[in-house]
Ligand binder design. Structure first.
Ligand code: PMP
Length: 309
């Protein structure tokens, strides 16, 4: 996760000096918002995948969390992300913007001021490079995904991820790669940090967006699946519908598009990456590498003219 510079409130700060105080309210209460973005190596240089959509969700997360007066515009943040990549001379990296709150401890957001940092580092696919071919094993979590009136599911609020951490940790301690979280009604929501899909009789099914984070990779997958001619249905899914699916796969910025080979000790389909997952994954890889029909629409090539350090 090491890099040379982290962007902090407008300045590129050497890695070791990019620190925050022990009494930072976000550390104590979890109010803050973040994003996860990827930059890919292409023949035209490094390119950021759907940067505008990510930054829009970032600012929307702050809006949902009730954080007012973000001191930077989306345009300034686009420039800042380019600057971080250039300063660190990355050709491929993961990018992590975070808004955290400064000010006195207490629970009143209006007593705090937002601060904003952007880090970047080189990061393999979150569930391991081999997960992309071999697939992963999941268990359904005994922890429930947030009720929308407890912690809102459309925002990447720092504190939301305590729920993800509880669920993911128990799954990995039990020997699984990831966990499926059910919504408060008991239907399939998403994984601890990825969206989930199933395929049955050639149709791609996704849980409705009301209960899940509106993943940007999820949106890309649905668009690419539609481009490939697959029928898509967004509807409530039960855990046993996952068990009898022909294919299950998950996706996220950090994880990318990953086949699922087993859930709760039940083999899914053939237990190997299925043909629909393969087609969508290939199309995704082609797109992020700059060779897909949607590459121009979705890639933001790192600007050589942006001043770095
Ligand atoms: N769900 C959750 C809970 C997540 O944390 C993430 C990662 N941001 C996703 C889904 C996938 O979203 P995206 O494709 O935008 O990374």
């Amino acid at each position: 996760m090491k890099s040379k510079y982290i962007w902090m409130d407008g300045d590129l700060v050497p890695f070791e000096q990019a620190t925050v105080h022990f009494l930072t309210p976000t550390l104590h209460y979890g109010t803050g918002v973040f994003e996860g973005i990827r930059c890919y190596h292409t023949s035209k240089g490094p390119a950021i995948f759907r940067l505008n959509e990510h930054l829009k969700r970032f600012l929307d997360s702050a809006h949902i969390a009730g954080i007012p007066d973000i001191p930077f515009t989306r345009r300034q943040l686009v420039h800042a992300v380019h600057q971080v990549i250039r300063a660190n001379q990355f050709t491929e990296c993961y990018i992590r913007p975070l808004i955290y709150m400064t000010g006195p401890l207490g629970l009143n957001l209006d007593a705090w001021q937002p601060a904003l940092g952007i880090a970047a580092w080189e990061w393999d696919p979150f569930l391991g490079r081999e997960s992309l071919e071999k697939g992963v094993r999941l268990m359904v979590s005994s922890f429930t995904r947030h009720h929308p009136n407890v912690m809102m599911t459309k925002a990447k609020i720092v504190g939301n991820y305590a729920n993800s951490t509880l669920a993911k940790t128990i799954a990995t301690r039990a020997g699984f790669d990831e966990t499926v979280m059910l919504d408060p009604q008991g239907f399939v929501a998403e994984c601890s940090g990825e969206n989930l899909f199933l395929v049955r009789d050639g149709v791609v099914y996704a849980p409705p967006r009301a209960t899940v984070l509106e993943g940007i990779t999820r949106d890309a997958v649905l668009t690419l699946a539609d481009d490939l001619g697959y029928e898509i249905v967004e509807e409530l899914i039960s855990r046993d519908q996952l068990y009898i699916a022909d294919e299950v796969f998950l996706c996220g910025t950090a994880a990318e598009v990953v086949p699922v080979r087993e859930i709760d000790f039940r083999v899914i389909g053939t237990g190997r990456k299925g043909p629909v997952t393969h087609a969508i994954q290939q199309s995704f890889i082609q797109t992020v590498c700059g060779d897909g029909p949607r590459s121009n629409e979705w890639l933001d090539y790192v600007d050589e003219t942006v001043y770095a350090v």
